[in-house]
Design a binder for this molecule. Structure first.
Ligand SMILES: [Zn+2]
Length: 421
């Protein structure tokens, strides 16, 4: 079955093109059959987005989310490929678990899943995982996300292995001894609310150390969910030194600040790690996307059960369910003139593809996302496909949304019931 997307603005960073044109998906016209036509005037079409950082929760935390459910949410959010972080139970530190996740994804047939393997056994930071075996099983990167690797000698060793395997280490850069029991950004808002904070320096110090270890080993360091202006400055300088260092930011850190914890006060849905920072940090991150210092926008989609958020702020789980709002909040920032549209599309396509070293062909030539940049809609988490309803954007009106995705030539319309405009 072939499909003709007619009259859209096709932004294809893999091909280096951006023009209003028709796009024929799925085969050619030589069989004599007319393709199905999708009138797409006014829409933006881009290669299917790649989420370099998400949490599918299976195996082990099926009450928060499953591979089938969260990949359906990802597809609705415009992501035709997602990289699954290894903090499951058991974690992705062995071949059998990685193969299980791949089988679940294959059976579900939603977004394609590329697993990320553990750096250390059990993500415990003591002993390296069988990294070569994980690479063989299909892992595209290594990370102990959520558990920063404290021991610098072990990190050096891990980087030497990863470099030999030509895969990146994606590090959640934090200094837990310094972040301590902090539940939000340490600053004016945390003082006002009387909540323990995490100082920016806990992230910055870790980024500095890991950049130097990348310099020592030649390993590709990818800094996960960067949140601080000072940390971003270190990445900028590492790139000037031609070090193999890249970084990502989440849509949440681009859209929200620590003030979100005030509205309503002690808003547990705004509790995330790293924490939402200040307006100055947010502005620096936006500039980092626009000038290319930030290579990737990744969701860090983290579904939780409602009981893990309907509790005191101190007790609540860290994380935001944002697979289905990411593109909407980014497009809203494009509409406001904050974010550059072409940079956003690059950071969701060629950016992540180059971090994991995959070409357009390897990712699926026939995967596309169709976006209406003008439609206004109000976020209603009760209508998420994700099991996680933990969204600080509940009730927020966004401009722009994903209307359809094409996965391996197959079109799925996401025409939403929640469109209000
Ligand atoms: Zn993380």
């Amino acid at each position: 079955m072939s499909l003709l997307i007619r009259g859209a603005r096709v932004i294809d960073p893999f091909a280096g093109s951006d023009e209003v044109r028709d796009l024929l998906v799925g085969g050619d016209r030589s069989n004599g059959r007319e393709p199905e036509v999708f009138e797409a005037e006014g829409l933006i079409v881009a290669p299917g987005f790649i989420d370099l950082h998400c949490h599918l929760r299976e195996p082990g935390f099926e009450y928060k989310g499953t591979v089938a459910g969260e990949t359906a949410a990802a597809l609705r959010g415009g992501f035709t490929t997602v990289c699954a972080m290894p903090n499951t139970n058991p974690p992705h530190d062995n071949r059998a678990t990685v193969e299980f996740v791949l089988q679940q994804a294959e059976a579900a047939g939603n977004a394609r899943v590329l697993p990320i393997g553990c750096v250390t056994k059990g993500r415990a930071g003591q002993e390296l995982a069988e990294m070569a075996e994980l690479a063989e099983a299909g892992c595209v990167a290594f990370s102990d996300d959520g558990s920063p690797l404290a021991d610098p000698a072990l990190m050096r060793h891990a980087m030497e292995y990863a470099a030999a395997l030509r895969l990146p280490i994606i590090e959640h850069c934090d200094t837990p001894e310094l972040s301590g029991k902090g539940v939000m950004h340490e600053g004016l808002v945390s003082s006002r609310l009387g909540l323990p904070g995490q100082p920016s320096q806990a992230e910055v110090a870790s980024i500095a150390r890991n950049i130097e270890l990348a310099a020592l080993t030649g390993c590709h360091l990818h800094v996960a969910h960067i949140s601080t202006a000072d940390g971003l400055e270190l990445v900028r300088r590492a790139k000037e030194r031609d070090l193999p260092v890249t970084c990502e930011v989440t849509p949440s850190h681009l859209f929200l600040t620590d003030e979100t914890v005030l509205a309503p006060p002690y808003n547990t849905n705004a509790k995330v790690n790293p924490p939402l920072r200040t307006e100055a940090d947010r502005k620096a991150l936006i500039a980092g996307v626009n000038d290319g210092t930030i290579d990737v926008i990744a969701t860090d989609h983290a579904p939780h059960a409602w009981t893990e958020k309907e509790c005191e702020f101190d007790q609540a789980a860290f994380g935001i369910s944002c697979a289905e709002t990411a593109v909407g909040s980014l497009m809203t920032q494009v509409a406001r003139g904050e974010l550059d549209l072409r940079r956003v599309v690059e950071a969701l396509t060629v950016g992540p593809a180059s971090v994991i070293g995959l070409s357009r062909e390897q990712l699926g030539d026939e995967s596309w996302v169709l976006i209406d940049p003008a439609v206004e809609w109000t976020v209603d988490p009760s209508r998420f496909l994700s099991l996680g309803r933990n969204s600080p954007l509940d009730g927020t009106t966004l401009t722009g949304r994903v209307v359809a995705t094409i996965q391996d030539g197959r079109l799925t319309r996401h025409d939403a019931v929640e469109v209000t405009a």
